[in-house]
Design a protein around this ligand. Structure first.
Ligand code: ZN
Length: 203
């Protein structure tokens, strides 16, 4: 499986990192080795002093597809989740400045936390999903999919122009404003529509 991530899908988050609103979605990929195994802690890697949390709504692909039209996109997923796109922000800044690819900062081992999944039929409106990230008992990131520049279905249409989507692939749909650093012993908990989707300890 592959993990397809969207950057700058929430205008306020693009602004907080000093980025312009993109004309098309920013897309990057994490390999399957980026998966943080369920219930495992996240270990801060030696190559970064600034690991940021990015809480994101996830979509699991359940059908193979290429050049998927937006109106048919709902046929390609049944489950919605929540996860964290862990980012070595210091390294990402250095790479961005040089115009180099972000993989070392974004796709390293353990950088993709995937929480529990919900059936989309249990959710009222996928374009109005409220989610939040809680660090040590305090809400630090809050978002709603109604703030996304591109909806889930629009993202699937765009991504599948370039990459064949396969069963089990996971899309990280972008993070809202409020990204920030994590430190040893922090506990991060993610909630989607009031339901706890994951909890992870930072080590
Ligand atoms: Zn992200």
């Amino acid at each position: 499986m592959k993990i397809i991530c969207i950057g700058r899908n929430y205008p306020k988050h693009a602004t907080e990192l000093g980025n312009e609103k993109p004309e098309t979605p920013v897309v990057f990929i994490k390999p399957d080795t980026a998966l943080l195994q369920k219930n495992h802690p996240f270990f801060i890697p030696h190559f970064s002093d600034q690991i940021h949390h990015e809480v994101e709504v996830l979509v699991k692909i359940n059908r193979i597809g290429k050049h998927i039209e937006e109106k048919f996109a709902p046929k390609y997923y049944q489950q919605i989740g929540l996860g964290i796109d862990f980012t070595a922000r210091d390294l990402q800044h250095a790479l961005k400045e040089k115009g180099l690819p972000w993989e070392k900062a974004k796709a390293f081992d353990g950088s993709a936390l995937i929480g529990d999944w919900l059936d989309k039929n249990e959710l009222d409106d996928l374009n109005h999903l409220h989610f939040e990230l809680i660090k040590n008992g305090t809400v630090i990131q809050k978002g709603n999919t109604n703030q996304m520049l591109w909806t889930i279905d629009a993202l699937i249409a765009e991504i599948s122009k370039f990459f064949t989507l396969k069963i089990g692939d996971v899309i990280f749909t972008g993070t809202p404003a409020g990204v920030g650093p994590v430190a040893k012993n922090d506990v991060l908990e993610g909630h989607l529509e009031g339901q706890k989707m994951f909890s992870v300890k930072i080590k």
